[in-house]
Ligand binder design. Structure first.
Ligand code: ZN
Length: 276
C-alpha cells in the first residue's frame, strides 16, 4: 500500500491514505484511526442494508401496512405536523424485530423529524445504558429556593422545566416579569413536554418546578417514577427575599396563602418535605 502524498501549508510532506467514512471517500493522515462512532454508524448502515432488512422493507406486507399507517395519520408528521414522507418504528426494528409489524409501534414522520429521532437513538445506543428516569416535581412558596435547589441537584443529562426561565427566554423581560400574552405559549410548551415525558426514558432526572400541586401532571405521568418534593423555607425568609428582589409582595403573599389552604386540604400529602 503506497499511500498518497500532499504538501500542506507548512510545506512539509504529510503521508496520507484514502479511506471510506460512511460511504464517502476521504484523504486522511496515514496514522488516522476512524472514530468509534463512525465505525458504529457504518456498521449500522451495513446492518440495515443486509438481507433481512432489505427483504422486509421491500415486502408487500410492509408496503401495505406502511400505506395504512400514512392514511391513519392523515399523511401528517406525528412530531411536527408537516407532511409525512415515511413511516417510522417508534421502537427501532433493530431493537425489537418482533414488533416490526405492530401498528401501535409505527408512526408517520417527515424526513427531518426522522433524521433527528435516528440521531438521538444512535446517541443513546452509544451510551449503552438503560436509564431509569426519575421525574421530580418541586413545589413551594415563591422565593423558597426551588430553582437554586434544582441547580444544586441536577446533573449533566437532565431536563428542567422552569416557568420563569422560559418566560424570560421568550420575552427578554427581566426575570419574574410576566407577559400575559406569552403565558399561553409557556403553558403550551409545558404541556408538550409533559406529554412527551410520558413515553420518555432518556434523561437521568427531570425537574418540574411548580408552585401548586398539579393533578393533571400527576395523572398524565402516573406510570412514571414520579417524586414530589416541597421546600419548607419559612414564609418570613421568602418574604424577605421577595422584598430584596423588588417583587410584588402583596400579590405573592396571596399565593402563599393559597398554598397554605391546599396544604390544609391535604393536597401536599404526597410531597417529601425538604428542610431548608
Ligand atoms: Zn416532522
Amino acid at each position: 500500500m503506497g499511500g498518497y502524498f500532499y504538501v500542506n501549508w507548512r510545506a512539509t510532506i504529510v503521508q496520507t491514505k484514502l479511506v471510506f467514512i460512511n460511504g464517502h471517500r476521504k484523504l486522511v493522515p496515514l496514522d488516522y484511526r476512524p472514530r468509534q462512532d463512525s465505525d458504529r454508524a457504518y456498521n449500522r448502515h451495513r446492518t440495515q442494508t443486509n438481507g433481512k432488512y432489505v427483504a422486509f422493507y421491500r415486502s408487500a406486507q410492509w408496503l401495505h401496512l406502511r400505506q395504512q399507517i400514512l392514511e391513519r395519520d392523515n399523511g401528517i408528521c406525528q412530531r411536527c405536523g408537516m407532511e409525512a414522507t415515511l413511516v417510522d418504528h417508534v421502537v427501532p426494528s433493530e431493537d425489537d424485530w418482533d414488533d416490526r409489524l405492530n401498528a401501535d409501534n409505527l408512526q408517520s414522520l417527515c424526513k427531518d423529524c426522522h433524521y433527528y429521532k435516528t440521531r438521538r437513538e444512535t446517541a443513546k445506543r452509544k451510551k449503552g445504558v438503560k436509564r431509569s428516569m426519575r421525574i421530580n416535581v418541586i413545589a413551594g412558596y415563591p422565593a423558597s429556593g426551588k430553582t437554586t435547589y434544582v441547580a444544586h441537584h441536577c446533573g449533566s443529562h437532565d431536563l428542567i422545566f422552569d416557568y420563569d426561565a422560559i418566560m424570560h427566554a421568550l420575552t427578554g423581560l427581566p426575570e419574574h416579569i410576566k407577559n400575559i400574552d406569552v403565558h399561553d405559549y409557556v403553558t403550551l410548551i409545558r404541556e408538550l413536554i409533559l406529554r412527551k415525558l410520558k413515553a420518555e426514558q432518556t434523561f437521568d432526572n427531570v425537574w418540574i418546578i411548580t408552585t401548586f400541586p398539579d393533578e393533571k401532571l400527576d395523572s398524565l405521568l402516573v406510570s412514571r417514577d414520579l417524586h414530589h418534593l416541597m421546600l419548607n423555607t419559612s414564609k418570613e425568609v421568602c418574604i424577605e427575599r421577595l422584598n430584596k428582589q423588588h417583587r410584588n409582595v402583596p400579590e405573592l403573599v396571596k399565593v402563599m396563602s393559597r398554598i397554605d389552604e391546599q396544604k390544609s386540604e391535604g393536597k401536599f400529602s404526597g410531597f417529601e418535605i425538604i428542610a431548608q
